[in-house]
Design a protein around this ligand. Structure first.
Ligand SMILES: *Cc1c(COP(=O)(O)O)cnc(C)c1O
Length: 367
């Protein structure tokens, strides 16, 4: 048998989350944001779970090509537009919508001569305060007029820096005010909201929303409790098995550096999952791991991680799971253990963990 680690992608959860998003924003169309190989979930999986989306937003033109090669005929948005003039022909051939965020891209588009130019959708990006991509308000209107004159079909777009919290600057309200002022009188559909705005700022959606993390059932804030009421479901489940059990005496140490010391005689479960699989090496003692059939009733139970995570293995405290044995299934994250909780115990956010699922982990797409 193979090493027992497996990532299961639950396409039913994709469908559920997408329909939750439609309920939250019934008047908007949905760009399902699938950059970074669908946040680590694979492009194959989105075509099986998110096929009723209005479009997919990707970063790399290679992903747009892949989607077309796999019969996706719906819309595709290149989230950062083209990276060189040489990409423009392919982007048009693939019928991609393009973000335009800088003057260089405006020049490329102005110089472009193509018979179907007027069918190309552009999402012109306003820098409304995040100061990453986009035009400052004064330059925005000029760019809009130039692209309009060149015959393109324009949309307004901006991105929020702090839709997941209330105590930071710029606030959604400030960015929205900037957006409204900069686009005043320029008739065009708009695209504003990321997941956090869809969840908590429904005055700031726009005609096209751009949910990413919530599609995957993960919290934009990094705290799972914040999305419990939204009834999203985890799409990725990372599972493995106990492959060895050690009987420790009181005072024995576990793993590299001996970070954990047994406070009493106890059993330790060794799990086939380590940082080379994408499990965070910084996970602290106490990070939850779910163990199947660990209790007498056959129910699962949470056991705490103990000791440093190593490349191929991690270790858990089995004191509350007397029935756990070699071959018991464990969930590292998924429906029982929110990836947000693992991330919080590791000094990061769920986004990073799901995106960093390692290539060596086999992925199964569950219908
Ligand atoms: C990644 C991204 C999103 C999605 O953000 P989430 O926080 O994952 O919902 C939306 N818009 C743009 C421009 C992005 O780059």
């Amino acid at each position: 048998m193979n090493r027992p680690i497996l990532a299961t992608i639950h396409t039913e959860a994709f469908r559920h989350n997408l329909s939750r998003i439609r309920e939250l924003a019934p008047a908007s169309k949905i760009w399902s944001v699938v950059k970074a190989k669908a946040y680590g979930h694979s492009l194959e999986a989105i075509l099986q779970g998110l096929e009723s989306t209005d479009g997919f937003a990707v970063l790399d033109i290679a992903d747009a090509q892949w989607l077309r090669d796999h019969a996706w005929n719906g819309r595709i948005l290149l989230l950062e537009g083209i990276f060189s003039l040489a990409e423009l022909d392919l982007a048009v051939q693939l019928k991609c919508d393009l973000v335009v965020h800088c003057a260089q891209q405006v020049e490329w588009l102005e110089s472009y001569q193509h018979h179907s130019k007027h069918q190309i959708n552009l999402f012109l990006k306003l820098n409304s305060g995040m100061n990453r991509l986009g035009f400052k308000p004064d330059l925005y209107r000029t760019a809009f007029h130039r692209l309009h004159a060149a015959g393109y079909h324009l949309h307004h777009m901006t991105h929020f820096a702090n839709a997941d919290r209330v105590d930071r600057s710029p606030s959604v309200g400030e960015q929205l005010e900037c957006f409204e002022k900069a686009t005043e009188g320029l008739e065009a559909p708009s695209s504003l909201a990321n997941s956090a705005a869809i969840l908590w700022h429904r005055n700031a959606l726009g005609d096209w929303i751009r949910p990413g993390i919530m599609l995957y059932g993960v919290s934009p804030t990094g705290v799972h409790a914040d999305i419990v009421r939204s009834e999203l479901q985890a799409v990725m489940q990372l599972r493995s098995e106990i492959i060895d059990i050690q009987e420790l005496k009181k005072g024995d140490h576990v793993g590299y550096g001996g970070r954990y010391q047994a406070p009493e005689d106890m059993r330790i479960g060794v799990i086939a999952c380590g940082y080379a699989d994408g499990y965070p090496r910084h996970a602290e003692d106490g990070t939850p791991v779910w163990v199947d059939a660990a209790k007498a009733g056959g129910e699962g139970i949470i056991c705490p991680l103990v000791g440093q995570v190593s490349m191929d293995m991690l270790t858990i405290d089995l004191r509350t799971a007397p029935n756990a044995k070699i071959g018991s299934i464990v969930e590292l994250w998924g429906g029982e253990v929110p990836v947000d909780d693992v991330a919080q115990m590791s000094g990061t956010i769920g986004y990073e963990l799901i995106c960093a699922l390692a290539k060596r982990v086999p992925v199964m797409i569950q219908q």
